[in-house]
Design a binder for this molecule. Structure first.
Ligand code: GDP
Ligand code: GDP
Length: 468
């Protein structure tokens, strides 16, 4: 049975959802404006871009004149409207820039499992440029600049949608075969999940080259409405660790963060080191304290060798690492900058894949909550333990899919795997003739652990052991 994929349009009022709907459906089906009630029900339309056929769903009906109640209404609509959708176009108004309501909707969308394509509409001409940049900080990756009214950017929309719905467009409904069921068992293992409250305050360090914006970022995080509850009254910038409470906007819960302030530490240390060596030294001190390290880059400088050195050191030390591109408010060529850094990180850091990468602005505060939410998630995977039974189910499948080689006719036997520690995760593989196991096979196992057991961005150690 084939079914057209459903793509749902989401966004606050007036960003151009109806215009986009009409553009994709290809005829003036719905009224764009006025007459309250006209667009209040969700509308379905047949859309096609360059042969990619899908059903487009307009959610203009979720709107409410009172923005206070909009998120609540949207949440209530979740089951009905997102059910059966294969992707969502999250539309913002590039001319107006991000509004608090956009950010509220973004937070809500992040709690959904649906793939999200951020769309910056009204991007025609110069006036939309800043808004397209801002859309990066929603945390859904590269925004598609679009002008629904003028029909510009539809090819980019195709490129963004194709990887998500290109397969479903023709393929049969996925059946739950035995493999999927196994995966679910692994994922669903209760012992595996980490209880945040057991982990205590998130120990977070921000490192980076001089001028990347570390001090600005720390001030921004600690400033304004954030409540300082430091170890002593009258915390100064010279404190080495600052405890504070961050309210996670996604859940509304307060979470404790202990921020390691390396800039403060630097002032205390006798500064004899050269400036560029300093950032490595800072980072080295920071990893002694931190669980999660944020490497801050400067969007106007890009990724330099020095940054890779710091990143590599953090991973060598087994810490969870994420990268934030700061000064995104003044970034140029955002898309090639972001993708270039993404590629350079994947290439330059063989220990991890898909390191969390964020676009932020310490100056405006954009993207910071997204980054902190991800920091907690990263710590959770860094801290989690996969139960031995689930681990060996995965192991048996991995060996069956790609058996170890038999050099000189003698089969290398891999018998058993166990996770020996967490923070960072370490695994021990038991077997015989392990000294003959090719490095490429070791990499196969490490990659499998990362990809299939949820340790993607975390440095993973694997030790081989032969029983004596
Ligand atoms: P909705 O409330 O999200 O469905 O938004 P509408 O589709 O009703 O559009 C709101 C307003 O934005 C209308 O006045 C549209 O003409 C205008 N609009 C929609 N798309 C674009 C665009 O690409 N560029 C510009 N400049 N205006 C647009
Ligand atoms: P540090 O040496 O890493 O602590 O960097 P600073 O916090 O002292 O920042 C260096 C310079 O970059 C200062 O002039 C900041 O005002 C500027 N800066 C920091 N963050 C941002 C940002 O997000 N956007 C822009 N445009 N400038 C920033």
């Amino acid at each position: 049975m084939t079914r057209k994929p459903h793509v749902i349009i989401i966004g606050r009022p007036n960003v151009g959802k109806s215009t986009l709907f009409n553009r994709l459906v290809g005829k003036k089906l719905a009224l764009v404006d006025d007459q309250p009630g006209v667009t209040r029900d969700r509308r379905l339309g047949d859309a096609v871009i360059a042969g990619l056929e899908f059903t487009i769903v307009d959610t203009a009906g979720w709107e409410d004149d009172d923005p206070e109640t909009l998120p609540g209404r949207m949440r209530r609509q979740t089951e009905v409207s997102l059910e059966g959708a294969d992707a969502a176009l999250f539309v913002i108004d590039a001319r107006a820039g991000l509004t608090p309501l956009d950010e509220e909707i973004a937070r809500w969308l992040r709690s959904q499992t649906l793939p999200i394509v951020p769309v910056a509409n009204k991007a025609e001409g110069k006036m939309g440029e800043a808004g397209v940049l801002e859309a990066w900080s929603l945390g859904f990756g590269e925004p598609v600049p679009l002008s629904a009214e003028h029909g510009e950017g539809v090819a980019d929309l195709f490129r963004a949608l194709w990887p998500i719905i290109g397969d479903t467009a023709e393929g049969p409904e996925a059946e739950a075969d035995s493999e999927t069921v196994d995966d679910q068992e692994i994922d669903g293992d209760e012992a595996e999940s980490v209880d945040e409250s057991d982990l205590g305050p998130l120990k977070l360090a921000i490192v980076g080259r001089p001028n990347a914006g570390k001090s600005t970022l720390i001030n921004r995080l600690l400033g304004e409405d954030r409540l300082l509850t430091g170890p002593e009254a009258g915390i100064t910038r010279d404190s080495i660790a600052v405890d504070w409470h961050w309210t996670d906007p996604a859940s509304g819960t307060e979470r404790e963060i202990r921020l390691i302030d390396t800039a403060g530490m630097r002032k205390k240390a006798r500064v004899t080191e050269k400036l560029e060596r300093l950032s490595v030294a800072d980072a080295r001190r920071a990893v002694d304290f931190a669980e999660v390290v944020v490497l801050l880059l400067d969007a106007t400088k890009g990724l330099e060798h020095q940054d890779l050195k710091i990143a590599d050191m953090v991973l060598q030390e087994g810490r969870a690492l994420m990268v934030a591109i700061n000064k995104w408010d003044i970034a140029e060529n955002a898309s090639s900058l972001f993708n270039g850094i993404r590629g350079a990180l994947d290439e330059g850091l063989s220990q991890v894949r898909g390191l969390p990468l964020f676009a932020v602005s310490a100056r405006t505060g954009k993207g910071l909550d997204t980054m902190l939410t991800a920091a907690f998630e990263l710590r959770a995977s860094w801290s989690k333990r996969v139960p031995t039974a689930a681990l060996n189910r995965w192991f048996d499948d991995a060996l069956e899919a790609n058996p170890p080689p038999a050099p000189k006719g003698k089969r290398i036997k891999l018998r058993y795997i166990t996770q020996s520690s967490t923070r960072p995760p370490r695994f021990v593989v038991f077997g015989t003739r392990l000294d003959m196991l090719p490095k490429s096979y070791e990499r196969y196992l490490v990659n499998g652990i990362r990809r299939e057991l949820g340790f993607d961005a975390v440095p993973v150690r694997v030790v081989l052991k032969s029983p004596k």
